[in-house]
Design a protein around this ligand. Structure first.
Ligand code: NDP
Ligand code: OXD
Length: 315
């Protein structure tokens, strides 16, 4: 019997506990903070935003498994034990993010907010509608989530460009990479979709300088931002400034430097901003617990875990 710890902050741990117990009755499931038992028993820690220093208290850990796709919070723990850190890669999570991206790209492309406003005024007025193939969507981060969103957007006709750290070859997607690839990527992008991890290299990347480089004179006649990566990527004041001066026509934000978004943030009431509470791709135990347990099973059978975080680059 292997002892597995669940340490979850900010989400309700009950669903995870029930699912782990149902799927892995052969394992000993412990739950932080009330039912940890002897810390020396714990071999695997399955976590979401555990307090810094907590994991250092488990001397016999074999791996840490993040219950989310992004592991930036974990890596910020200066006492993080030196064992593999595994993140979630799961088709359910990926498809949820793809839905979110496609939904909001289409909202801008089809000018749905304009038609909503007209409806409130009982105005019957048709506007010209560009074809999707004239509209360029730029995906920052061509990883698991960015690739899936790029492929779906392509299937519904958009021109898709992408940007990543290392070179990528995705059929039909014009791919840019690295510092030199950033500006030509941005110049084409009318709708910028941000699906980057938060790392020392990406923090604050969505700033005024970057927003000024977006393609504003394409088929949509304006530039739009969708950030569902991490709040640390964006500078809220710069997004507001870009909206005020008109260099940005709209922003959809799922993530923020401070979460929950403080009540006094001017983003809440801005007419060109759409806010969602960091749920673009909700981590649902019903489907994701299996992915986590499969990685534990791999390690127990002597195989290296998949989807490990490279601590040197931060994702
Ligand atoms: P991946 O690790 O699969 O992909 C990350 C992508 O970002 C890769 O293409 C990588 O480049 C690129 N990248 C990283 N650093 C840089 C850099 N410095 N310059 C250019 N490109 C860079 O992650 P996922 O796609 O699975 O997830 C992305 C992020 O989405 C997560 O880290 C998390 O923060 C966020 N997320 C948000 C959720 C939400 O509900 N809002 C839910 C789930 C995840 P390369 O391919 O060259 O390595
Ligand atoms: C994740 C998230 O990283 O929910 O999975 O943000």
């Amino acid at each position: 019997m292997t002892s597995i710890l669940l340490a979850i902050m900010g989400w309700d741990p009950k669903g995870w506990e029930q699912r782990f117990r149902a799927l892995a009755p052969q394992h000993d499931i412990r739950v932080w903070p009330d039912a940890v038992g002897d810390p020396a028993d714990i071999r695997y820690a399955c976590v979401w935003k555990p307090p810094a220093g907590l994991l250092a208290g488990f001397p016999n850990l074999k791996a840490i498994l993040s219950l989310g796709a992004g592991a930036d919070d974990l890596l910020a723990d200066p006492e993080l034990p030196d064992v593999p850190v595994v993140r979630i890669v799961d088709p359910d999570l990926t498809m949820r993010m793809t839905e979110y991206v496609v939904l909001h790209v289409l909202m801008y492309h089809r000018r749905q907010r304009l038609y909503d406003a007209q409806q409130r005024e009982r105005r019957w007025l048709e506007h010209s509608q560009p074809v999707a193939s004239e509209v360029v969507v730029g995906i920052m981060g061509l990883g698991v989530l960015g690739t899936s969103a790029a492929q779906m957007l392509q299937r519904i006709g958009f021109k898709v460009v992408g940007w990543s750290r290392t070179p990528k070859a995705l059929p039909g997607v014009e791919a840019f990479h690295g510092a030199r690839g950033l500006e030509p990527f941005l110049r084409q992008s009318e709708i910028l979709v941000c699906l980057l991890p938060a790392t020392p290299a990406t923090r604050g990347i969505v700033n005024l300088d970057l927003l000024h480089k977006l393609g504003r004179h394409g088929a949509l006649q304006g530039a739009y931002l969708i950030n569902a990566g991490r709040g640390a990527l964006q500078v809220d004041a710069d997004i507001l400034a870009a909206l005020e001066e008109g260099s940005l026509a709209g922003a959809v934000l799922d993530v923020f430097p401070t979460e929950p978004l403080p009540i006094e943030s001017p983003l809440w009431g801005h007419p060109k901003v759409t806010i969602t509470p960091h749920n673009a791709a909700q981590a649902v135990p019903q489907t994701l617990a299996m992915s986590v347990l499969q990685q534990i099973d791999r390690i127990e059978r002597g195989h290296p875990p998949e989807n490990t975080i490279d601590r040197a680059i931060g994702y």
